[in-house]
Design a protein around this ligand. Structure first.
Ligand code: G4P
Length: 524
């Protein structure tokens, strides 16, 4: 095997998806703790709090509301593997950001709160992950608190998500009185002891079934009975169904007290796929050991407000990245020198010397790069575009300072390129009041704030009556232009969008014109 294939096979690149408060930050820290990347949990949270305190720009919104808008990438070595953990924002309004991050991930951990199960944002992100067809591992968190019985939780996952759950670990003790978990495949009982605030690894005793029966005489019989039942109905995880996101291995645990975190991390190494050749537009997937190529999945301005920088995040898709390398941007055909590629660990940046498929690089001051761009060495390649979500909120944006017309236009274009908002116009050439569209209104707050701070343009927003949008094509646009049920708008990247003022109008239009293309997942 070539060195590149060997390195790729060691990579595990994944993201955690969850509803806010399910424990994503806590689990992330505990994975770092168990992965040996930190010796005491709390560093990432503290760094994040520190960053919040230090920022003055649009991330102020993040600070004020206590929500995570930005994403970071955490990379660490564990056993023989290199783990790349991509952080995603938890807030619904930033689901498109999550979609972009998932475009760079090979797998996701779906985190559920034992008491709440699948929540609104979990469902939404689950749909996004399903659209990518990536495998999902499920971690049922907060089992140290009262919640659903484990069998109820499995039913719940299956009925709400239509996903076949397969527990690989099984909890012993009732929710709220959690003793440990059985590793079903190894038939061992992992008995946990808490440490102070879970800052260090939980002491763990590994017992056989007989020893467990003696040590947990009150809690064991119920678990043993359930395990027998599970063995009878679902003895093995269906690996094929898992690979395409139709079955999910389930883990029970408590991130705050570290229960079950080590088992989850080990399972990630074992089950999560390593990078695969990535599909390209109009060609064969790019082999992992082909010359270097990478996909830009996220562009973030002002990560560091002191520098007003713009960081492009790239996922390496083939070959070996070497510092200082010059690649070609497939969209522009222009060379791009990667002198400033960084590895990002939380807020810390370190210059990276080499990277392999599955790894994520942050390129600083990457003004020429846009989300969805492919960088490559020869032979040329272009990866499939990253989809966007159908907007559900629409406002018109007014420039309140006519002397700053150019800055207004430039600012809007940049925000659209970064994917902060969708920029729509009624007339593709001149439209004094463009429309901003997004999945949630917080996207508009970010846009207004950035137009003001970065481009010095005060803007006003006005409500519109649209509530839904679908992507269409030129024949569809013709039908939309003639219809009184829909409006046609032009997106800044040239896509054609049909906008509707009610779901009823959308349904009527779709029913009247079954041949018109109306896509919910919008491809850039
Ligand atoms: P998020 O990133 O998904 O939004 O969640 P985060 O990790 O911040 O966790 C949300 C809250 O849930 C935190 O409590 C956290 O301590 C708690 N939590 C996380 N995992 C567990 C768990 O396994 N069991 C229990 N019982 N609680 C858990 P908080 O009160 O908001 O903050 P803190 O003061 O405890 O840090």
């Amino acid at each position: 095997m070539s060195a590149i294939l060997e390195e790729a096979a060691r990579r595990r690149t994944f993201a955690i998806i969850s509803h806010p408060d399910a424990g994503k930050t806590t689990l992330t820290e505990k994975l770092l703790l168990y992965g040996g990347a930190v010796t005491e949990a709390g560093a990432v949270g503290a760094a994040r709090k520190g960053r919040r305190a230090a920022t003055s720009d649009w991330m102020e919104i993040e600070r004020q509301r206590g929500i995570s808008v930005t994403s970071t990438v955490l990379r660490f070595a564990y056993r023989d593997a290199i783990v790349n953990l991509l952080d995603t924002p938890g807030h619904h309004d930033f689901s498109e950001d999550t979609l972009r991050v998932l475009a760079a991930a090979d797998c996701a951990v779906m985190l559920l709160d034992a008491a709440r199960g699948v929540e609104a944002q979990t469902l939404r992100l689950f749909e996004v992950a399903q659209a990518r067809g990536i495998p999902l591992l499920t971690f049922v968190n907060k089992y140290d608190r009262p919640g659903l019985e484990p069998l109820e939780m499995l039913d719940h996952i299956e009925s709400v998500l239509g996903l076949a759950p397969h527990p690989l670990v099984w909890p012993v003790g009732i929710p709220g009185d959690f003793r440990g978990v059985v590793d079903r495949r190894r038939e061992t009982f992992h008995r946990f002891t808490r440490t102070a605030r879970g800052a260090t690894r939980a002491a763990e005793e590994i017992l056989s079934a007989e020893q467990a029966a003696a040590a947990e005489a009150d809690a064991w019989p119920a678990a043993a009975e359930e395990l027998e039942l599970l063995d009878a109905v679902a003895p093995e995880l269906d690996l094929e169904a898992f690979a395409v996101g139709r079955a999910t291995p389930v883990f029970f645990g408590s991130a705050v007290s570290n229960f079950g975190v080590g088992l989850l991390l080990d399972a990630l190494l074992e089950l999560a796929p390593s990078p695969k050749p990535r599909p390209t537009t109009g060609g064969e997937p790019r082999p992992l050991d082909a010359p270097f190529s990478a996909l830009v999945f996220k562009v973030q301005a002002n990560m560091d407000p002191r520098h007003r920088d713009r960081v492009a995040f790239l996922r390496v898709c083939s070959g070996r990245f070497e510092r200082g390398m010059r690649a070609t941007n497939a969209r522009t055909g222009r060379p791009f020198a990667m002198a400033h590629a960084h590895e990002l660990f939380g807020d810390e940046r370190a210059v990276i010397d080499d990277a392999y498929p599955g790894d994520v690089l942050g390129v600083v001051n990457a003004a020429d790069l846009r989300v969805g761009d492919t960088l490559h060495l020869d032979p040329p390649v272009r990866f499939e575009p990253i989809p966007t979500l159908a907007p559900e909120h629409f406002v018109t944006v007014r420039n309140r300072d006519s002397s700053r017309h150019k800055q207004f236009q430039r600012g809007l274009a940049q925000l659209a390129e970064e994917g902060v908002v969708h920029l729509l116009r009624r007339d593709p050439t001149a439209d004094p009041t463009p429309v901003l569209a997004g999945v949630g209104p917080l996207q508009f707050e970010v846009a207004v704030d950035r137009l003001d701070r970065e481009f010095g343009v005060p803007v006003g927003l006005d409500a519109t009556s649209w509530v839904a949008a679908r992507l269409t094509d030129e024949p569809g646009a013709e039908v939309v232009r003639r219809s009184s049920f829909a409006d046609l708008l032009y997106r800044s990247d040239g896509e054609l969008m049909a906008l509707f003022t009610s779901d009823y109008m959308l349904e009527r239009f779709a029913a009247d014109h079954p041949d018109v293309r109306l896509d919910r997942l919008l491809t850039r």
